[in-house]
Ligand binder design. Structure first.
Ligand code: MSP
Length: 530
């Protein structure tokens, strides 16, 4: 037997200056759906998320609260883990940059870069945005030296001695990387953005800070603290260590490196697509396969922010609507890579139309007819004998391949739309064929064929949408009498193997239906936004 494909992916390691917001939930939902798709296929998956806990921003937040930074971090990470549970996120590793293992990995990596002659001491002068944890060029600042991203915050003038990383040395190597690996940065618009940035000429960047205690000391000079981004990116590597394993770069890298996919928001593209590969080149390590920069969410068309008073609380939202509805909306309606909007009325309308009406009612209606016309017994019919021009068979037979290709391309919108097209075709098929009239006319065989081909289409839809709406898929599989739990992919591989379950036309002879129940209750449009 061939060994399973390895697939390792990461979300950003989120800052713990505050409780998580909908933006972090969005990235993590997408990453979870990708991880679930790979697990469904039987791949060996490692899904890493976590938190970025050092640096001035966190130190100041803790000071304002009157607690030491570690206490603050320990408190906040609980809210991240809790949120991931609510959204049914199945991460494998939670990487904290304050984890004891991490210090050693950072020190070892720093030493490699140092030994390669890529670190030197020099004077750093410039405007520093603490919220971005980044020095800004004048052109990146707006009026009164406010940061263009954190418009309510003024960047701070710094004039200090820092250690620098020789990014400029990697200019040609980076350009070659982007040319030779067109998929390294996706989508194409972000790739162009990075190529244009690099073309302007790369400047070395400082990787240490003075007058900051909250972080790791520079191994060669205790007066300096390692820059939070240098430390945080390596959190992806520390996460690869197995429990109890001796902490070394070599051990961390031996099974899962290189990471297949770093999923990030467009705000932190430069760090992942320029600085990170250059750091890895300097340490003489292989590079990740892909960096995907997704877009930003707005609310009712407006940028979200605390100062604007229009943030979305991801916990309140999931408590009100449940994980599957939100996952479906964000994955289908926000085209991955583009900016997307959350509007509560639109959200309710989309999930009601697709999940309650098209999918839920179809299942319910079909099971109702099966009860009435076939005493709830599964028709003894071999789907392989159905003619190839049967509309649902014709669509269904290619659906698995088409949907998988869409998932592989991280095109969740297309994946959901393709599956929905089969569901809509099934609804139309019932209306066109009117099994109630055929039943009256005594055409039992035709009724049975219609109902079974629809149930098989619903089953296939549930299977293919399981990375997005695992709980709903589970309910459908149970009602149809198929084994397997989409929240337990390790079981699924045996109970519902991908090769057969991702295709239209499974044998149904051994199935026993369980009690039909509505799978998705219609959501109400909230009054305030109705
Ligand atoms: N700590 C760094 C990442 C270090 S990775 C080694 C960081 N953290 S963050 O908490 O600010 O998270 C940034 C990420 O949150 C973005 O890249 C994006 O994934 C997500 N989002 C934050 N706001 C967002 C929106 N409004 N919309 C969508 N996602 C956004 O940067």
């Amino acid at each position: 037997m061939t060994s399973p494909v390895r697939f390792a992916l990461t979300t950003p390691l989120y800052y713990v200056n505050d409780v998580p917001h909908i933006g972090s939930a969005y990235t993590t939902m997408v990453a979870d759906a990708i991880a679930r798709f790979h697990r469904l296929k039987g791949d060996d998956v490692l899904f890493i998320t976590g938190t970025d806990e050092h640096g001035q921003k966190i130190q100041r937040t803790a000071q304002e609260k009157g607690v030491v930074p570690q206490v603050h971090c320990d408190e906040i990470i609980g809210s991240f883990k809790d949120l991931w549970q609510h959204y049914n996120i199945q991460y494998d590793r939670f990487s904290r940059t304050t984890a004891p293992n991490h210090a050693k990995i950072v020190a070892e990596f720093f030493q490699r870069v140092w030994d390669n002659g890529d670190i030197y001491l020099a004077q750093q002068q410039g405007w520093y945005c603490v919220a971005c944890e980044e020095f800004k060029e004048e052109k990146d600042l707006i009026e009164d030296h406010h940061c263009a991203i954190h418009t309510n915050k003024q960047a701070e003038w710094r004039d200090e001695e820092n250690y620098f990383f020789r990014l400029s040395k990697y200019q040609a190597q980076l350009e070659a990387l982007y040319q030779e690996n067109p998929d390294f940065i996706q989508p194409a618009s972000r790739r162009n953005e990075v190529i244009n940035f690099v073309k302007q000429g790369l400047q070395d960047f400082s990787i240490s800070r003075v007058n900051l205690d909250w972080g790791f000391p520079v191994p060669t000079d205790e007066n300096h603290t390692i820059y939070v981004w240098f430390d945080a990116l390596l959190g992806y590597v520390t996460a690869l260590l197995e429990d109890g394993e001796e902490v070394s770069l070599e051990n961390a890298l031996k099974k899962w490196w290189p990471i297949n996919l770093h999923l990030i928001g467009k705000d932190i593209l430069r760090f992942h697509a320029v600085y990170w590969p250059a750091m890895l080149m300097s340490a003489n390590l292989p590079l990740p396969d892909k960096v995907f920069g997704h877009g930003f969410l707005t609310k009712n068309g407006l940028k979200m922010g605390k100062s604007l008073g229009n943030t979305i609380d991801p916990i309140a939202l999931v408590n009100q609507y449940g994980a599957d509805a939100l996952r479906y909306y964000f994955l289908k309606e926000v085209e991955l890579g583009k900016d997307g909007d959350f509007n509560e009325t639109r959200f309710v309308n989309v999930v009601n139309a697709d999940l309650a009406n098209d999918l839920g009612n179809l299942l319910n209606r079909t099971l109702g007819m099966l009860k009435k016309y076939c005493k709830s017994e599964i028709p003894a019919l071999d789907l392989a004998t159905i003619s190839a021009d049967h509309p649902l068979k014709a669509l269904g037979e290619t659906l698995g391949d088409r949907t998988c290709a869409a998932y592989d391309n991280l095109n969740f919108t297309a994946a959901c739309q393709q599956v929905l097209a089969l569901i809509q075709a099934s609804n139309k098929y019932i209306d066109d064929r009117a099994p109630w009239a055929l039943f009256k006319a005594g055409e039992q065989a035709q009724v049975e064929e219609i109902l079974l081909t629809i149930l098989e289409s619903v089953r296939l839809a549930a299977y293919l949408l399981s990375p997005v709406i695992p709980n709903l898929s589970n309910q459908i599989y149970r009602q149809l009498g198929f084994p397997g739990d989409f929240n337990r992919p390790e079981d699924l591989v045996n109970l519902a193997p991908f090769a057969s379950h991702s295709r239209w036309g499974l044998p149904w002879s051994e199935r026993t239906l369980t009690k039909a129940q509505p799978i998705f209750a219609r959501l109400e449009v909230p009054e305030a936004s109705a």
